[in-house]
Unconditional design. Sequence first.
Length: 190
Amino acid sequence: MFLIVGLGNPGADYVNTRHNAGFMAVDAIAEEYGFASWREKFDGLISEGKIAGEKVYLLKPQTYMNLSGNSVVKAAMFYKILPDNIVVIHDDMDLDISQIKAKTGGGAGGHNGLKSIDSHITNAYHRIRLGVGHPKGVGEVVVNHVLSRFSKAEQTSLDKNIELVTENIGILLKEGVNAFSNKIGMLRHK
């Protein structure tokens, strides 16, 4: 059994913003694999289904990014899912819009959603990092960047990356994060 978490912020103001790349990815996964309708639970929206023969719960925390861990820990404890079987999909400013990276563990890299999850369940979960580009500057410039919407070209690039993640997520569940990374890498260089 797996828990796949997409990070984002709830509400119409944040729809299609860079910080909501994780929400967009789990929405695409839910649609691709015919998951059940979203329902409110664990301070989030949850859906269940199967991917590659594995039972999977999808979660979109509705606590705002900085408190994502509150929702994740509630779902993980209820379903008794250990960090080894948790995948978090999130935006990453350190990656160009065309990049996807996956890893297990590591630091939060300044991402408040990851910091919150780390503080609740440790950092030993899998991460799929969707590039959203980095602005020149710090502080308010960064906040404005992650809360901004994608240009048409950027949205096309992100959509392609989300499609790659969606089509290959079963590899991560069955074979691990390294096999998933290798597959994504090969597909991106075709």
